[in-house]
Write a protein of this length. Structure first.
Lengths: 329, 329
DNA sequence: TTCGGCGATGTGATCGATAACATGTGCCGG
DNA sequence: CCGGCACATGTTATCGATCACATCGCCGAA
């Protein structure tokens, strides 16, 4: 930086002003400095800037280390959004979302002087950790507890589940079964709620929830039970991989989809259109979630105050071939 | 740090020595300093350290922004391995792997004074960029060009493809068709080579390569063509999602898998066991790739010299139900 | 005419760590 | 009994930026 200043015939402070777009610099001076910068191939040292300002141009993300489609897509979408805004993303993967792990990951980020932190906290166990975090750092939660008063962005799980269920009911089914995600996930809870609400509104009978985790394996197991109950004609699976397992179980027991049983999933994984049959599902807009999260975070960073705004992103129904009326049998 | 020094009754330099495990500190002094540190809840400022040493405890990863299973798993595995070694990972996502984008991402990482960089460079277009990178920074490439003399870790694509093809031949098929990935991906090229080698060794006829991208959609299109050729009895798909599309195309045209047509995939995505039928596939060991990469990177960081070692990780055949002999029809 | 004020720029202190060198002990061998 | 050396520790400079404040013209209003 000193070299640049010398070449441009100004002080290091003026170079700093040009770099940071400070208004009070003469056009001519600004140009001289710019020329010197590009001639020397000068690149500012972020570490020095971080040291003096106490903040870096890095955003920290704490996420459960997983290749689950939802969280992974969210992460990628957020990385993109952040890159566009000129931020780098530092990922603090964590194997369990408990208080200790999250706390450690957050502190590690604070050591690096990140400008803000995003916690992808889809499970109940993350709550306690979030309650004990320092309040003065910009922080936004994705998929966290809707009941917590904190800055939060989520997909509207209940609305999506409701739409899926209503779509099945509208096709003529008298009720809809549900294979749910793990009960400690807010996503799973929200989807159960939406499903139940749609059934209640329609005055339909509410079958017991079939608990599963998010894997195709557990969907398959649930599907094996559903397949042997002849009165089951419609199933709403809490995600597409569960649906995949269900499709296979149905196929093995000779129950055709959608002629005998209709199935709707959630997530719209890229392969969903190529399941047998192509899966009708709910598509959450991960990019919108990422953009919104980034916006809130940047807002907090600029204002210096942490808000408790809540944003909910409505998902969208994608109709394919896995739903038909019960009469088709 | 000054506060800690005062409380412990020593100089800040001694505190620094304790922090960095310097040997020449008396046991008793060391304990006093440790006590002061924990009493004050002191946490060192990484930015300051990075400023003075010129290196941070951060590793940069440049990857194509995608939710493709392979790259995404690799990234997660690497983040875990790095976290275990006490490093944070900063991800520089890039939408296209061309010279300009990679260059920019790398420079951004250098601005942050990362300790080392990993480039996940599975396509040919990344080569040019890699040739023009500064040579003095520790850098390891994953899935890069096997022909480039650089530090590189890859899955042994050819060996996996060969194993898959041999398995199909061993089941009694006279030849094996191949639906490949995009021709600018080294992974795709390696898999084609392995497939071709296995056919050549067995003296089997070599059918034309069916070009596709990695998506289920393109697998479906290829599958539609394969399904109408009655002499096609065995297909090796370059990844599991392609295989999924093929399975659906076969199912639509009434060709049963595995009775009429056998299919093998590549990747072993978690859902592969729940395709219809469960997919026989090749499982690459992403964790081994990540561990090896990290090891090489740390080696370079410590030694200060950049090596050109190459490591290849052999994948493994996972047998399920999508392969049978041609006689079964 | 004069002085307040603002715009453009420079000067020195500062962030929090490490590096290089200096200092002060105590022990050993000659 | 003393020089010298290893060990423990302290002092000061340094990394590369920003911040707070000082300075210097210059313009317009009293």
């Amino acid at each position: 930086m000193t070299d640049v200043a010398r070449l441009a015939g100004v002080s290091h402070q003026t170079v700093s002003r040009v770099l940071n777009g400070h208004p009070n610099v003469r056009e001519q001076t600004r140009n001289r400095v710019r020329a010197a910068i590009s001639e020397l191939g000068y690149r500012p040292n972020r570490a020095a800037k971080a040291l003096v300002t106490g903040r870096s141009q890095v955003l920290g993300v704490v996420a459960q280390n997983s290749t689950l489609y939802g969280p992974a897509s969210l992460l990628v979408a957020f990385e993109n959004a952040a890159a566009e805004a000129g931020f780098t993303v530092s990922v603090g993967n964590v194997s369990v979302l408990d208080r200790h792990s999250i706390g450690r990951a957050v502190e590690q980020h604070l050591d690096q002087r990140v400008a803000g932190i995003v916690v992808i906290a889809p499970v109940a166990s993350a709550n306690e950790a979030l309650d004990h975090l320092p309040a003065d750092v910009p922080l936004v939660t994705i998929d966290g507890d809707p009941a917590r008063p904190a800055a939060l962005v989520t997909v509207d799980q209940a609305a999506g589940a409701r739409e899926a269920t209503k779509f099945l009911l509208a096709a003529g089914h008298s009720t809809v079964w549900h294979v749910s995600g793990p009960s400690d996930w807010f996503d799973a809870i929200g989807r159960i709620e939406g499903w139940r609400a749609a059934l209640t509104e329609a005055g339909a009978e509410i079958p017991p929830v079939m608990a599963a985790d998010w894997t195709a394996a557990s969907g398959y197991r649930a599907g094996q039970m559903l397949a042997r109950m002849p009165d089951v004609t419609a199933v709403f699976a809490a995600n597409d991989h569960l649906a995949l397992g269900i499709l296979r179980a149905m196929s093995e027991r000779g129950r055709r989809v959608p002629e005998d049983v209709s199935v709707v999933g959630f997530d719209d994984v890229p392969e969903a259109a190529y399941f047998i049959p192509p899966l009708t599902t709910i598509r959450p807009d991960f990019e919108a979630v990422a953009r919104t999260t980034l916006g809130m975070l940047l807002g907090q960073i600029e204002s210096g105050s942490s808000t408790s705004t809540r944003h909910t992103i409505a998902p969208e129904l994608v109709v394919r071939d896995s739903v038909a009326g019960p009469g088709q049998r």
